[in-house]
Design a protein around this ligand. Structure first.
Ligand code: FA5
Length: 349
């Protein structure tokens, strides 16, 4: 074999072993096979050769070109495989060949049940009000006949900001503002106050199957002349039969809340266990769903409404618990889990 061709073969092999990237490989191809490359260079001085030598050199050159082309192609494939493996190693849990999963969201069970309640109450002439989550002590407690150090505060420990404001522990915190917003229309034009205000509530308490530290309530108030407990019971019954679309066993028992007099606890028979008792209903067969009562005269007065002329009822529906009963969610904590798989199994969406 021609000495130059032999030397080229050896230098090509040595260089090829050092090549790591496709870029280096391309540079090598140009340096050996390009127009002014080393192989073309090796043919210089051919003019002075005999025909026999020319033929031999031509054949050996062509063989070298073929060998270089094949070796470059093999190396290119090897580098591509190495690169792919490097990417796979860098993302060990990501299977690049897996088809994408089209995970679509759906409405949360609490949103669905809230919208349903809103629709029922709207059809009965109630307005739907929005209210903040950060409130003052006055809004959450004092305006509701719960002065500082009142024992009723113990039931509703919540989260406090450094400026003294707090995350509302009950939607009742909006009552005073609602009375003040609508009292002129009530007094001057005889328009009854009928409002619901759904919202997120917070309590600093231990969680279990039916208690969360963050949950939803929906407050409702109605104030007019001659409002009585029968009105309250009528609205509660209508709401429940619309939401569940069937007869639900309920019970009304006395309950104490400083902002109503008289006050009641409205419980529904637990739909998770059918009333036999389970973790969702603290093994009592009943679930506290909607405390309610006739608005305390002092609370009306604080809202600028004369309690001698007007009466009203208020209720505080546990929306999260209602969603549990409606969709058969045995553990309230599933509703805050944020897991699409878990949530979708309840709503079927
Ligand atoms: C109240 O919050 C009163 N503001 C309700 C009220 C309004 C009474 C108007 C009278 C007139 P209570 O603390 O019981 O009451 O809560 C009301 C409902 O919210 C409960 O029946 C329950 O359904 C729900 N609830 C209370 N605490 C939690 C919690 N930690 N997790 C989930 N739901 C809760």
């Amino acid at each position: 074999m021609n000495d130059k061709i032999q030397a080229l073969r050896e230098s090509f092999r040595a260089e090829l072993d050092r090549v790591q990237t496709l870029q280096q490989l391309e540079e090598m191809r140009v340096s050996f096979l390009g127009k002014k490359g080393k192989v073309t260079e090796a043919l210089r001085g051919m003019g002075a050769m005999t025909d026999e030598m020319k033929r031999t050199l031509g054949r050996e050159t062509n063989e070298l070109k073929t060998a270089i082309t094949v070796a470059l192609a093999e190396r290119m494939e090897a580098i591509r495989q190495m690169e792919l493996q490097r990417q796979l190693d860098a993302t060990p849990d990501f299977d690049v060949s897996m088809p994408p999963r089209l995970d679509q969201g759906s409405y949360h069970p609490i949103t669905l049940v809230q919208r349903q309640c809103e629709q029922v109450f709207r059809s009965m002439g109630f307005t739907v009000e929005d209210y903040g989550e950060v409130v003052t002590d006055y809004e959450c407690f004092e305006s509701l006949n719960i002065p500082p150090f009142h024992p009723a505060r113990d039931m509703q420990d919540t989260y406090y900001l450094e400026n003294g404001q707090l995350l509302k522990s009950q939607t009742s915190a909006a009552q005073n503002a609602i009375y003040r917003r609508y009292r002129d229309a009530l007094v001057n034009d005889g328009v009854p106050i009928r409002a619901i205000f759904p919202g997120r509530c917070f309590r600093n308490e231990a969680t279990d199957a039916c208690h969360e530290n963050t949950f939803f309530q929906m407050e409702g108030v109605m104030v007019d002349k001659d409002i009585s407990i029968s009105n309250l019971i009528y609205f509660m019954k209508t709401m429940l039969s619309e939401v569940f679309q069937r007869d639900i066993k309920v019970r009304l028992r006395p309950g104490f809340f400083p902002f109503v007099e008289p006050g009641f606890e409205l419980d529904i028979s637990c739909l998770i266990c059918g009333g036999t008792g389970c973790a969702s209903c603290k093994h009592s067969g009943w679930l506290e769903l909607c405390p309610c009562g006739m608005i305390h005269p002092r609370v009306l007065e604080e809202g600028g409404i004369d309690p001698e002329k007007y009466t009203g009822f208020a209720f505080g529906l546990g929306l999260t618990r209602l969603a549990m009963m409606k969709y058969g969610v045995a553990d309230i904590r599933d509703l805050n889990s944020g897991s699409l798989v878990r949530l979708r199994q309840f709503t079927g969406e």
